[in-house]
Design a protein around this ligand. Sequence first.
Ligand code: ZN
Length: 55
Amino acid sequence: MKCPICSKPASEDYKPFCSKRCADIDLHKWVSGSYVVPGEPVPPEQMPPRGEREE
Ligand SMILES: [Zn+2]
């Protein structure tokens, strides 16, 4: 298995990542909203202005 961040071989301790650093990078991506999952709640600061939402 390769690290999804840097494509190095994954570490047993941090798989699927190669290191804590890459695991942290991935976590930060989630926290910062780089991964947009359809249907997931969006943090308020990323909401479009009122009136432009579909619901
Ligand atoms: Zn890595």
